[in-house]
Design a protein around this ligand. Structure first.
Ligand code: CA2
Length: 146
């Protein structure tokens, strides 16, 4: 069975508690349940991980590579726009990365328009809410069969 990591960066543990106009009313735990259900339908193993710490995100990426994961649905949150370390971590692996943003970052502040991690990703989905994670998971499962 293929293994896919789901990576969520800083403050995403606060989903549903504030800024519902940008991020919706659902919580990170709701997202986890949605993706676990979908993983059963798709017959794929997922590892759901959230951290507010850059180094922990880097170490999880290394761990997924070492454990033979195929790919990552990756929302590095604010680290998208700042983290050379997360970009280098992905570049040091063979993981297929699909970057997901809940909000449409291109409708927002200019500093959200730059992603340091996009160049090490296969593709990017932004603005589709939690559906973006489901679409990314589907993409990675079919990509494994190619
Ligand atoms: O749209 C996305 O998914 C983002 O990656 C979310 C990040 C933001 O820095 C990126 O530019 C776009 C922020 C996540 C913060 O989550 C919150 C959740 C509840 C209340 C406040 C922030």
């Amino acid at each position: 069975m293929i293994k896919i990591g789901i990576l969520n960066g800083p403050n995403l543990n606060r989903l549903g508690l504030r800024e519902p106009e940008t991020y919706g009313y659902e919580t990170l735990n709701d997202l986890k349940h949605i993706l676990v259900d979908e993983s059963h339908r798709l017959d794929v193993e997922i590892d759901f991980f959230q951290s507010n710490h850059e180094g922990e995100l880097v170490e999880k990426i290394h761990q997924w590579q070492d454990e033979g994961f195929f790919g990552v649905v990756s929302n590095p949150a604010a680290y998208t726009h700042t983290s050379v370390a997360i970009r280098d971590a992905y570049a040091s692996t063979k993981l297929k990365v699909v970057e997901v943003h809940i909000s449409n970052v291109y409708k927002r502040e200019e500093f959200r328009h730059t992603s340091l991690t996009a160049p090490v990703s296969v593709g990017i989905i932004a603005g589709l809410g939690f559906y973006g994670y489901i679409a990314a998971l589907h993409y990675l499962v079919q990509a494994d069969h190619k």
